[in-house]
Design a protein around this ligand. Structure first.
Ligand code: HEM
Length: 136
């Protein structure tokens, strides 16, 4: 496994073309250079976000759990504390506002706070909302 490091937003910004393509998603840094050609959504969309924060773009697409698993292969590090947007924290705060959203409240926040499980829990939250919407 590659050693993870912390990047400033400025450092990530330098990786903004197809020679070296970095994306920031939830304060985590992904090197998707080798993934460009394989990305089912095409390389253009990734290059558009290259060197910057792609969290919203990534979530707008509604990526599958498989896609979220796949991301881990491209993780190279995270954003230095001073540059973090702490979107994960905002999301967790929202979840605390609506207890019971996450697996019917069966999971503790400590579990939800684990970076590995976090992505899965977005799906969990979404599917809970969908279930609520469809009344089932
Ligand atoms: C490391 C980051 C990413 C990974 C591993 C990834 C992976 C995938 C995968 C596996 C799919 C197939 C559908 C699915 O399973 O959800 C997909 C589709 C797609 N992705 Fe990504 N993606 C990443 C980042 C992004 C970003 C940043 C954007 C937006 C700028 C994006 C836009 C799309 C689009 C538009 C599709 C096609 C959706 C469709 O045709 O229904 N992806 N991606």
């Amino acid at each position: 496994m590659t050693e993870l490091k912390s990047f400033s937003l400025k450092e990530v910004k330098e990786h903004n073309d197809s020679k070296s393509t970095y994306l920031v998603i939830y304060d985590q840094v992904y090197d998707v250079t080798k993934f460009l050609e394989e990305h089912p959504g095409g390389e253009e969309v990734l290059l558009e976000q290259a060197g910057g924060d792609a969290t919203d773009a990534f979530e707008d697409v509604g990526h599958s759990t498989d896609a979220r698993e796949l991301m881990k292969d491209y993780l190279v590090g995270d954003i230095v504390e001073s540059d973090k947007k702490n979107r994960k924290k905002q999301w967790l705060d929202r979840m605390v506002d609506t207890p019971g959203n996450c697996h019917g409240g069966r999971h503790s926040l400590q579990i939800c706070d684990s970076p590995q499980l976090f992505v899965t829990h977005i799906d969990c939250l979404k599917s809970t909302k969908q279930r609520t919407k469809s009344g089932g």
